[in-house]
Design a protein around this ligand. Structure first.
Ligand code: SF4
Length: 234
């Protein structure tokens, strides 16, 4: 797969990288969107440089109402179908019967159990057959993301390509783009939520707090990934 990547594209701008990736791979790649600010910027750029960019999202069943509202706004604004993946019903039922409905607060193990059922299994279905996926990771978001490259081999997901076009964007650049281009965004961002995931696992952050401090706030920073972006032998 890497032999299809020209050297100059590895440090290209987000626009250039998305244009190249969708031209080269077409429906073989898709944007993985949780409808955060970064994902909305990716969608906006992709809609300008690609004919019909594929977008998928994982509806964990525990998302905030504001996120569901944005999914429909994005469908209307960009005129695209969003590929929604929902967790396996019987797996959720089994997990909640055995471990409770709010198991994630009990331990890292139980939190990861929930992320596995509600995110990782649907993600595997969403990624089946893809050559690559596009993510909104930025290096300055978290200690776990400081080394993110614009193009990676995703060893944790079958060795497909992972594109991070916003890897070198700052928070100011991100919001500058949103304002300049009137990109729709999650209403929770205006209520102190810089990073948004499932409702029970996300809280607002105080002025000066780390932007990921509101995600799984009861855990240490180095544990704060749900598995979607875990780095394995890449
Ligand atoms: Fe479950 Fe929380 Fe992970 Fe969502 S973020 S899948 S509610 S543990």
């Amino acid at each position: 797969m890497t032999d299809r990547i020209p050297e100059e594209i590895r440090d290209a701008s987000a626009e250039e990288l998305l244009h190249w990736a969708f031209t080269e791979f077409g429906d073989g790649i898709a944007i993985a969107s949780s409808f955060g600010a970064e994902d909305m910027v990716l969608l906006d750029i992709a809609s300008k440089v690609a004919e019909r960019p594929r977008v998928f999202t994982l509806d964990t069943g525990r998302l905030p109402e504001e996120t569901y509202a944005l999914v429909d706004r994005a469908r209307e604004r960009y005129g695209i179908g969003i590929e929604v993946y929902f967790p396996d019903t019987s797996a959720v039922e089994e997990m909640e019967r055995s471990f409770g409905v709010n198991l994630f607060y009990r331990s890292i193990e139980d939190r990861k159990r929930c992320c596995d059922v509600r995110k990782m299994e649907p993600l595997r279905r969403a990624m089946a057959g893809l050559d690559g996926w596009v993510c909104g990771l930025r290096r300055e978001q978290a200690v776990t993301r400081a080394e993110v490259a614009k193009i990676e081999i995703d060893g944790g997901n079958g060795g497909i390509l992972k594109f991070n076009p916003l890897a070198d964007w700052t928070l100011d650049e991100l919001w500058g783009y949103i304002r300049e281009n009137d990109v729709p965004y999650n209403a929770l961002h205006d209520k102190g939520y810089p990073s948004i995931g499932c409702a029970p696992c996300t809280r607002a952050v105080a002025e000066g707090e780390d932007i990921r401090a509101g995600r799984w706030w009861w855990e240490a920073p180095e544990h704060k990934e749900c598995g979607l972006h875990a780095k394995r032998a890449s």
